[in-house]
Design a protein around this ligand. Structure first.
Ligand code: AMP
Length: 493
């Protein structure tokens, strides 16, 4: 029902209401279509979420604030399960299915969930159930549920940051964080119930779950849910959609498909990209192939989306756009400087790590994103990299992206990653890791010459390393920490 009653006072469940209310206007409308042709109406989604909420409360004693860990292959039932958790006031904890058992155990020890929904057994004291079994048993529970009252500050979800080094941190996101971000995005991207989102992203990450799926549901739109990304499958279903959201790698793969044509992309009104920087060459090729621009936006686990390019044709390529309504973004120190954000989208704490509040936030309450960028006079933000990726060579700062953008234009270069490697003389030596175009042959001496003609001497890479491809994580981010550790020469050798 979306409302609870406490001491005679009617209280709402903020997130459940925002996700379910738009669909209540047309319960028989398709909320989700799977690529194998299964239609899930808004009424189906609401009923299954109620049954699951009933099951979780009555049979698993899940209470407000309890964590429900979910490590499952992508399927539409996960959306019902995440809504069920919201309705109870439980904390939905999606875990990447690529984690090994060892990695998963560390997170289970940290999050101490009351239940893990997962196919295979794992040696941990947490109770485990298969998603299929949960769905079957849910059928014995009523199709309505009196939602537990939850306000802006009630935790709704917890996501471990995908940091490639150091101890994983669970960012706790509240009902207020998720709702404010969905509504701000719906407004910025002009979502209506007529939209159909082709959804190829994973559901264990902010991008796929809170941006892709929650934006669609909170605007009463429809989702076409793909189990995973495949360029060929996207091409097959694209013409039925109005919106496609991707990480840059998806766009690179789509452009490799000869059948990805202007005709296929014609019905869409919006393509978005984020989670990692997109190459200008990818964007330009996309425009010339399809006639559509890609709206780049900037977000992170801890904050959801902070900025987006406008959708009215005035986007600025190479930037991630302007702050969303209600979100404040600033760049501190000399430009490029540290990007900090404040707003109802910003998480409150890392799970069990209160000490990080002090180090990760400024005294006046801004979250330190760890990204470095510039903000122009019209408020467009450009990201130049992660603070920890800035190279300090001979005492001077070198911003990798500035070099990468230029190196990517050298003949025969497909893409590059610029990193700092430990160096006895310079502290860090600027190093360019370069991927050639399919049929191109690159020559380190030639690349060095081009670099010397393009950059101040202190920025010129000391070495060019030619590789077949750059290491990337599931969201398409280049793993610079991995490159640094793989390419650094142990001291003394
Ligand atoms: P995650 O928390 O895993 O979503 O990673 C967030 C990080 O991804 C941000 O702090 C940025 O470094 C990076 N990121 C997200 N969107 C973009 C974008 N559009 N361009 C460049 N980097 C991005």
């Amino acid at each position: 029902m979306g409302v609870g009653v406490e001491n005679g006072e009617v209280l709402m469940n903020l997130l459940a209401n925002v996700l379910l209310d738009p669909g209540r206007a047309s319960p028989e409308k398709s909320a989700i279509t799977t690529v194998d042709g299964h239609h899930v109406t808004y009424a189906d989604l609401e009923r299954l979420s109620a049954r699951l909420a009933g099951l979780l409360v009555r049979e698993y004693a899940i209470d407000k604030g309890d964590r429900v860990a979910v490590q499952s292959m992508k399927q539409w039932h996960l959306l019902a399960l995440s809504i069920a958790c919201a309705r109870i006031g439980a904390i939905y904890l999606p875990l990447n299915t690529a984690y090994t058992d060892r990695e998963t155990l560390v997170l289970l020890d940290d999050a101490t969930p009351s239940l893990i929904v997962r196919e295979s057994p794992i040696e941990h004291h947490t109770a485990r159930v298969r998603l299929g079994e949960l769905i079957t048993r849910a059928q014995a529970h009523p199709s309505d549920f009196s939602d537990v009252a939850c306000d802006e500050m009630t935790p709704a979800a917890m996501l471990y940051t995908s940091g490639t080094t150091g101890r994983a941190k669970g960012a706790v996101l509240t009902h207020g964080n998720l709702v404010s971000n969905s509504l701000a995005l719906n407004a910025a991207w002009g979502f209506t119930p007529d939209d159909v989102v082709l959804h190829a992203l994973p559901l264990f990450h902010t991008h796929g779950l809170f941006v892709g799926a929650f934006c669609a549901l909170s605007s009463g739109a429809s989702l076409i849910l793909m189990e995973s990304f495949s360029a060929r499958e996207v091409v097959r279903h694209l013409s039925s959609a109005t919106v496609f959201m991707g990480v840059p790698t998806y766009y690179v793969r789509l452009l490799e498909e000869p059948e990805f044509t202007r005709e296929v992309a014609r019905p869409l009104r919006l393509f978005t990209s984020g989670s990692a920087p997109m190459l200008r060459s990818t964007h330009e090729e996309f425009i010339s192939r399809t006639g559509h621009e890609i709206v780049e936006r900037y977000g992170m686990t801890e904050t959801g989306i902070n900025t987006s390019n406008p959708i009215d044709g005035s986007l600025r390529m190479g930037t991630v756009g302007r702050a969303l309504a209600g979100v404040d973004v600033r760049v501190r120190g000399a430009s490029p400087g540290a990007i900090e954000v404040k707003g109802p989208n910003v998480f409150v704490d890392y799970w069990n790590r209160p000490e990080l509040r002090e180090s990760e936030f400024t005294p006046d309450g801004w979250f330190k994103t760890g990204d470095v960028g510039t903000l122009d006079e019209d408020g467009f933000l450009e990201i130049v990299g992660r603070a920890k990726d800035v190279i300090i060579t001979g005492g001077l700062n070198v911003y990798p992206k500035e070099l990468e953008l230029v190196i990517d234009t050298f003949a025969g270069v497909l893409e590059s990653a610029v990193i700092g490697l430990a160096d006895a003389d310079f502290g860090e030596a600027v190093t360019a890791v370069v991927v050639p175009h399919k049929d191109a042959r690159l020559d380190e001496v030639e690349l060095g010459k081009l670099a010397r003609a393009s950059f101040a001497a202190f920025k010129v890479p000391k070495r060019f390393i030619i590789v077949d491809e750059l290491p990337r994580n599931a969201m398409g981010k280049v793993e610079k920490a991995r490159l640094r550790s793989e390419l650094s020469v142990p001291p003394g050798s």
